[in-house]
Design a protein around this ligand. Structure first.
Ligand code: ADP
Length: 575
């Protein structure tokens, strides 16, 4: 119940963690997109503001030479004209400045009461060379045909001359600037100055640098601006003549603002693929990439931690089971020995035949106990990295043959057919003889344990230029493909219906010891297996050349004894 609760809790934690990662990532992606939209919108607003700036700057530049007129007392104009036929000097100064401005071509003064629309009327023209006004009936039609003077007058009158300033100006579209001069004392109109605008200058000299400065090359800025005469349907200026004007692609259209200022013209702005949005897209992609990577990394770490925790739990469980098994395995022979020993020491068993029986029991169980302990010590040594080897050149075939000599009978007793083949009798390898025996005995034990009806074990020796191969084949239950990479892990046992640990005794240590010993001897071990057909373990050691190799050292008495022990340990352990 508690384990179940723990597991559910861990899963819940994993899910919460994953959910948090997904939620955080989604939030980040959304805010990145939001930021991008705002950036692009902000950039577009900035561009529209620039149109306003152009409007104001040009208008100010046009009006600039006329500044100062408001501080002049205009009441003297009528007198001056009456007496000298000229404007007062201070007005002339303003007119000189204005005549010098490239925005104007001509300046006319129409006194109130004169109607320039009547043919042959005489109005004044400012002559900048002589700095005087001269009466003329040769003036352009636009002094009258437009709305300039009429509108200026009307506006002043509508306002009932209620002006703080002594003048009021009005543009007649892009053609003229008209300045109504007001006698503030008498609330009357003195006359109108008509400054003819230099249309070609404005179109050819003013707009292009403005548009280029503000909007540059559309390929870089992503913006195209057109100044368009909508009344004539004509494009006057643009920052990119390669893009054809089309109302459909115009994102923002603006009339020039001011009293009548460039009334027939409009500013049109189109956003192509803006580099800001392009740049931002690139950043967005980078950000998304980093985010994706971070998310994958976080998810990976989370899953890794989860799986590791799960594994550690399994390992702890396996070790606990192992300990329980080991304790049981150690206790059983001890109990037998204790009982037998007790019976003998009590003097209850005196009959020689039974005494021998009890002695055999004690001997066999002690052998079994020793085997167990040795195996455990092997594991402990492997764990502590303390395994030392006594490597010497051995002829592989002889090592196998000596092993088989000792064990063939035992294996056959178990009902197995034993076969041994060798394609290289002289193959030498630098190995530890005891290690080889342990390897052979473990692999043999397994072949016996995991075989059913087809009881067959084949030992084989072969070689190539570099290696000696030793293989052990059985016709047993086999090992599923997906398990093959795990079987060499400590405590790992294949859990299937044929080989569940409950059915066949074992602790999942044999192959881990084998692998370790093979590697200590500079070798490798591989498994080939088909479930239901059998298994072959192939052990490979570096081959010694025949010349440097030497025959295996003959066994001395101790070796012999220990081999006998091995055999018995083998026998008992498998039991
Ligand atoms: P065990 O004490 O379980 O035998 P081992 O480390 O020797 O431990 O083996 C690990 C697992 O590999 C075994 O549980 C068994 O499932 C599988 N195995 C090992 N050798 C063989 C074999 N010859 N045939 C089938 N399965 C085998």
């Amino acid at each position: 119940m508690k384990i179940l609760g723990n597991r559910a809790f861990r899963w819940a934690l994993l899910m919460t963690g994953l959910f948090a990662i997904i939620a955080l990532t989604t939030m980040n992606v959304l805010s990145l997109y939001d930021l991008r939209t705002r950036m692009v919108e902000g950039e577009e607003e900035r561009r529209v503001d620039q149109l306003d700036e152009i409007n104001d700057t040009i208008r100010n530049q046009i009006i600039d030479p006329l500044r100062g007129i408001s501080s002049i007392e205009l009441e003297g104009i009528e007198n001056s004209i009456q007496h000298s036929g000229q404007l007062p000097d201070n007005i002339n100064e303003v007119l000189t400045r204005s005549a010098a401005s490239p925005f104007f071509t001509d300046i006319y003064f129409t006194p109130d009461g004169t109607d320039p629309c009547i043919e042959n009327s005489q109005i004044y023209r400012y002559d900048p060379i002589n700095n005087q006004i001269v009466l003329t009936d040769q003036y352009p039609k636009l002094v009258c045909d437009g709305v300039g003077i009429a509108r200026t007058k009307t506006k002043i009158q509508l306002n009932d001359f209620n002006y703080r300033w002594n003048n009021n100006f009005e543009f007649d579209t892009h053609r003229s600037l008209n300045l109504g001069l007001i006698n503030l004392n008498e609330n009357s109109l003195i006359g109108t100055l008509t400054l003819i605008l230099n249309e070609q200058y404005i179109i050819n000299e003013v707009f292009p640098p403005f548009l280029n400065n503000y909007f540059g090359d559309s390929e870089e800025t992503g913006v195209v601006v057109w100044v368009r005469d909508w009344a004539d349907d004509k494009i006057l200026a643009t920052n990119d003549s390669t893009v054809t004007f089309n109302l459909d692609i115009v994102d923002h259209r603006m009339r020039f603002s001011g009293s009548g200022f460039f009334d027939n013209w409009s500013l049109n702005l189109a956003f192509l693929e803006s580099p800001v949005s392009n740049a931002y897209n690139a950043t967005l992609v980078k950000n998304l990439f980093v985010l994706g990577f971070a998310m994958l990394f976080l998810t990976g770490s989370l899953i890794f931690m989860f799986v590791t925790a799960q594994r550690e739990r399994q390992l702890a469980q396996t070790q606990a089971n192992f300990l329980a098994n080991v304790t049981h395995e150690l206790k059983t022979p001890l109990a037998v020995m204790q009982a037998a020993g007790e019976n003998i020491s009590d003097g209850r068993v005196t009959e020689p035949k039974r005494l021998k029986q009890y002695g055999d029991h004690i001997y066999n169980e002690s052998i079994r106990l020793k085997g167990m302990i040795e195996k455990l010590l092997d594991v402990a040594r492997v764990d502590a990295g303390q395994s030392l080897i006594k490597a010497a050149p051995y002829r592989m075939q002889e090592l196998i043959m000596s092993y088989l000599e000792e064990n063939r009978q035992y294996i056959q007793k178990k009902g197995f057919e034993v076969k041994f083949t060798s394609s290289d009798e002289k193959a030498f390898a630098l190995v530890d003889k005891d290690n080889i025996e342990t390897i052979l005995s473990n692999l043999t034990e397994n072949a016996i344990k995991y075989s059913k009806d087809d009881k067959y074990i084949e030992y084989q020796i072969s070689s190539n230029d570099k290696y000696v191969f030793l293989s052990i084949t059985d016709h047993g239950v086999g090992i599923p493909k997906k398990e093959q990479k795990n079987i060499f892990k400590k405590f790992y046992r294949v859990e299937n219906s044929d080989t569940t640990s409950s059915k066949i005794k074992g602790h999942g240590l044999g192959l881990s010891i084998v692998k370790n010993m093979v590697e200590l001897n500079d070798g490798t071990i591989n498994v080939k297996s088909n479930p239901g057909q059998g298994t072959t373990f192939v052990v490979r050691f570096p081959k010694l050349s025949h010349e440097t190799g030497q025959a295996p050292t003959p066994l001395d008495d101790n070796d012999q004894a220990s081999d006998n022990d091995n055999l018995k340990q083998h026998t008992e352990y498998v039991g």
